[in-house]
Design a protein around this ligand. Structure first.
Ligand code: M6R
Length: 615
């Protein structure tokens, strides 16, 4: 989704802004723009449809001087991708420039009123209304810019993170947040950085302030950061330290972030379990479970809310919690849950899962659960994001920034955290015997090594991938814990290679999808050795009988399926409930290599955004 960058200080703003926009490219966008106050105190606004490199080409012969500026990558919601609709938008007087992430729900009413007062609009976006409104309010009431922002934002309904540059006050940038993230970086020389996530800031400073909803921040040179609310009451946000390193934001020799992130998974899982599984590998300690033990073990029901890949992790969480803790679990798409008047009891525990911690639907589902009095628990990756701040407690997955749009290491991190959570609660509830608990904890610590072994299938999968580039449709089948793996494998393939893929419970295939099977249809079956193994073999037979091409993920040494399948990919054995952590790896690699063979931009698939901050 849209990205925001800002800088004010002694350095040249333009290179910092461009570099920042490039760091935000992973979020998905269709146009970009920059506004600068030049050395001659002029407000220059440049915009281009397409990539940040198109914006750079556009700016080549332009005046990009100045030490104060704001920049934006736009992911179209209102109005087609074009340079006119790109941000920054500037006011009719040419004095103010503004960038915006989010959606202004009452923009049409506000726009109509401004047009009646003679204001001319250039774009068809909801965002332009903000800059025109602020300028109008300021001029007609002779207010300071801060006062005008406060008056204007009181009239606005919707979600926003905004930053405003004022030609008449070149030493100041004002920004504000409501339901859309914004981070201010505090530089060593008194300079200020601004961004929609910490990635553009990390190389300049590790001191940041995460703005809260309703905050307005004034970044004025020579002064401390001032944060107030709409009623001008001083706020005192904490200065935090970013834990993002520059290396995590670079590709590190890999052609794509997605491949780097797939290969990082063994290390990520070690980071995720470090300090949580003790050195003897027989006990899990999660502070959230210690602090809220009674609330968690007495839960009458758990509801998991999430979207996309995080929802798939939630399905695995359901199986883990139900079988280990004997607590009933429902898994809901956050976007459906928020609108269908769900029954939520005060003794429910709602677990919200999100990599970014900023997904609009998941945030709305949390709000709904909170207002019904439920206890809300977050499973998140991005430190300091909105979800960890709006939940009572939770567990970070600690897999580092995920840049590739297709989620990989976040999925395995989420499943690992859910495994630890289920085991910790089960141990407190005594719903599993002590020796089983210990065996499971010990096996969880062996998963990173087994992932390393699974990653060795990369070359085999790279050789197989070209065979499937012809496919228009594909089927992913799995049962039990491997059913969500099938769903996740199908999602990976469709989002980056644009091949239609469906994930199905293998036995359910004969109730419909079997009609699709012919010799053109690749069928990927997750057929590792577990209690449903024999049943899955029957499902493979059903596919073969209809001429389907079977690619099976099997447990190493499996000779039975080798005789049936067109291709087999061997994986190390593990406990059934941890199989998703291993089996998802070859499916991630398969999607990656097929997309590369098809010449697709793996890290920036069309139409997709990394964090979906609008509903
Ligand atoms: O940041 P979140 O985990 O809340 O994001 C949820 C989905 O948007 C995300 O998982 C999406 O489905 C990914 N592109 C899948 O690879």
């Amino acid at each position: 989704m849209c990205g925001i960058v800002g800088y004010i200080g002694q350095k040249k703003a333009y290179p910092i802004l461009i570099k920042g926009l490039k760091r935000l490219e992973y979020r998905g966008y269709d146009s970009a723009g920059v506004a600068l106050i030049s050395d001659n105190n002029e407000l220059n606004v440049y915009k281009a449809k397409g990539k940040v490199s198109d914006l750079q080409a556009h700016c080549q012969d332009k005046d990009v001087s100045g030490s104060a500026g704001i920049a934006h990558t736009r992911w179209a919601t209102h109005g087609e991708p074009s340079s006119t609709n790109a941000h920054p938008h500037y006011s009719a007087s040419g004095r103010l420039a503004l960038i915006h992430n989010g959606i202004i729900e009452n923009y049409a009413t506000l726009k109509e009123k401004l047009i009646e007062r003679g204001i001319e609009f250039r774009s068809v976006t909801d965002s332009e209304v903000l800059v025109q409104l602020i300028d109008y309010v300021q001029q007609s009431n002779s207010l300071s810019l801060l006062e005008a922002v406060q008056v204007a934002l009181r009239q606005v309904i919707g979600a926003y993170a905004i930053a405003i540059l004022d030609r008449d006050h070149p030493d100041t940038i004002i920004c504000a947040r409501q339901s859309s993230p914004l981070v201010v970086g505090l530089g060593a020389d008194g300079d200020f950085f601004l961004a929609s996530d910490a990635s553009p800031i990390a190389e300049y400073t590790d001191k940041v302030v995460y703005l809260n909803d309703g905050d307005i921040a004034v970044m004025q040179l020579g002064k401390e950061l001032q944060v107030v609310n709409l009623d001008n009451v001083e706020q005192h946000p904490k200065v935090k330290q970013i834990d993002v390193t520059l290396g995590q934001l670079e590709k590190g020799g890999y052609p794509y972030f997605m491949l780097k992130e797939i290969f990082e998974q063994p290390k990520c899982l070690r980071d995720c379990t470090r300090g949580r599984i003790n050195v003897d590998h027989d006990r899990i300690t999660l502070s959230a479970v210690i602090d809220y033990r009674d609330r968690l073990i007495s839960a009458r029901r758990i509801i998991i809310v999430a979207c996309g890949t995080s929802w798939h992790a939630g399905l695995i969480g359901k199986m883990l919690i139900e079988s280990l803790c004997r607590i009933p679990v429902e898994v809901e798409y956050a976007s459906e849950f928020r609108y269908r008047e769900p029954v939520i009891y005060p003794d429910d525990v709602v677990i919200a899962i999100s990599q970014s911690g900023e997904t609009a639907d998941t945030l709305a589902a949390i709000e709904q659960a909170r207002s019904a009095g439920a206890f809300v628990f977050g499973v998140c990756n991005a430190i300091g994001a909105s979800i960890p701040r709006q939940t009572t407690t939770g567990v970070y997955i600690h897999v580092g920034p995920e840049i590739g749009v297709a989620s990989t290491k976040a999925f395995t991190g989420q499943v690992t955290v859910l495994s630890m959570l289920a085991l910790a609660i089960a141990n407190e509830k005594r719903t599993i015997p002590g020796d089983v608990y210990k065996d499971m904890v010990a096996e969880l610590t062996r998963i990173p090594d087994k992932m390393e072994q699974a990653l060795k299938t990369n070359e085999q999968i790279e050789r197989l991938a070209p065979i499937f580039t012809y496919a228009k449709n594909s089927l992913y089948l799995g049962r039990g814990y491997n059913y969500p793996v099938a769903l996740e494998g199908a999602l990976k393939l469709k989002e980056i290679s644009y091949i239609h893929a469906e994930g199905y419970p293998a036995a359910e295939m004969k109730h419909g999808p079997i009609a699709l099977i012919d010799s053109e249809m690749p069928v990927f079956v997750i057929a590792t050795r577990d209690k449903l193994y024999e049943k899955v073999i029957s499902n493979i037979q059903e596919v073969r009988a209809r001429g389907g091409r079977v690619i099976a993920l099997v447990t190493e040494g499996d000779e039975q399926i080798r005789k049936l399948a067109d291709h087999v990919i061997e994986l190390p054995d593990t406990m059934e409930c941890f199989q998703p952590l291993i089996a998802s790896i070859p499916l991630q690699l398969l999607a990656y290599h097929i997309a590369v063979c098809k010449g697709k931009d793996v890290d920036r698939p069309r139409n997709l955004a990394k964090s979906v901050t609008v509903e």
